[in-house]
Design a protein around this ligand. Structure first.
Ligand code: F6P
Length: 344
């Protein structure tokens, strides 16, 4: 069998570990060969490939980013994109295409599967918002980076008795904010799932400071929004693929808190630091498990499936179910977070 593999959408720690594991399983486990497509769907549309074998994948396990490169270009947005993809797969004799991506890339994979393409999905994103899997790879590394930042901000906040507002990624969901906020002992966590009230947050901060020096750390997901009419926020720019370019809600939150409490407030926007660098041990293991399981699914010709983590086992779920809805923060975890931060 000949397998193709691509990485699409935003990068994330663990992509190279998936590629390495898939190549090892394909070559050693089954004697299959693997072709890498460059820059996500662009490589399939434009027939741009690289050879992937155990030798070319040496040293990849801890390396951040993706050796295949990634873009947000996709066949349904390009003239004759689907036909060009079909032609490329035929040229290379590809029997199965492993698609490593988040919501956008996997939705395209599902669309192509419905048109007869032999695809297998692998869930990637630091945002952890893919449904039907308990964890996407990259998420735990991002949480660790954000938690480390919050810990560091705590000590400087205490020295100056300041309010620190830390913005983490999370376009539609607040998984990183919730986990890092709990782990870092945040005063308040703001997530897209629950519009916030700047008056309530300011009251919490004031209450903390009522007995003297008591610094506060507010963790805000980039996609968090105020309750309608309670705080003015700038409309984000939209990129060429129609994605809002988020980042900056922390500035509005900080200004709102400072204006109401008169406490000195500072902003840290973590941004792409959360996506770069080496995957942690958990993500290296999860990525490796996903890579191996995806090749097993391809070998079984079980197309239209996504590998997923459920009850600590790797299972297969239909892509159509995985991309139907985003996975929001579990209400029970959110309730626990609130028990810890609300007003304390
Ligand atoms: O991968 C998802 C994500 O990390 C979002 O949380 C964030 O809004 C987005 O990527 C940023 O992507 P870009 O690389 O296009 O700035």
């Amino acid at each position: 069998m000949k397998l193709g593999i691509l990485t699409g959408g935003g990068d994330c720690p663990g992509l190279n570990a998936v590629i390495r594991a898939a190549v090892r399983k394909a070559e050693r486990g089954y004697g299959h060969s693997v072709v890498g497509f460059m820059d996500g769907w662009r490589g399939v549309i434009e027939d741009d490939t690289m050879v992937l074998d155990i030798e070319t994948c040496r040293g990849l396990l801890p390396r951040g980013g993706t050796i295949l490169g990634t873009t947000r270009l996709q066949p349904f947005g390009v003239e004759n994109g689907v036909e060009r993809c079909r032609a490329t797969l035929e040229t290379h004799g590809i029997d199965a295409l492993l698609v490593i991506g988040g919501e956008g890339t996997l939705s395209v994979a599902q669309g192509l599967y419905e048109l007869g393409f032999p695809v297998i999905g692998i869930p990637k994103t630091i945002d952890n918002d893919i449904d039907c899997t308990e964890m996407t790879f990259g998420f735990q590394t991002a949480v660790e980076i954000a938690t480390d930042a919050i810990d560091r901000l705590h000590t400087t906040a205490e020295s100056h008795d300041r309010v620190m507002v830390v913005e983490v990624m999370g376009r539609h969901v607040g998984h990183i904010a919730t986990w890092a906020g709990i782990a870092g002992g945040a005063t308040t966590i703001l997530i897209p799932e629950e519009p916030f009230d700047i008056e309530e947050i300011s009251a919490d901060v004031r209450a903390r400071h009522a007995n003297g020096r008591f610094a506060s750390t507010i963790v805000v997901a980039e996609g968090a929004l105020p309750r309608e009419g309670t705080l003015e926020v700038a409309e984000p720019e939209v990129d060429q693929f129609g994605h809002k370019r988020l980042g900056g809600i922390a500035n509005a939150v900080a200004a709102g808190i400072e204006a109401r409490t008169k406490f000195e407030t500072r902003v840290t926007i973590l941004g792409h630091v959360q996506r770069g660098g080496t995957p942690n041990a958990f993500d290296r293991v999860l990525s490796s498990r996903y890579g191996v399981a995806a090749v097993e699914a391809a070998h079984d010709q079980d197309f239209g499936q996504m590998v997923a983590l459920q009850a600590n086992r790797i299972v297969r779920v239909p892509l159509t179910e995985a991309v139907a809805e985003l996975k929001l923060v579990d209400p029970a975890l959110w309730a626990t977070a609130k028990d810890l931060f609300r007003g304390a």
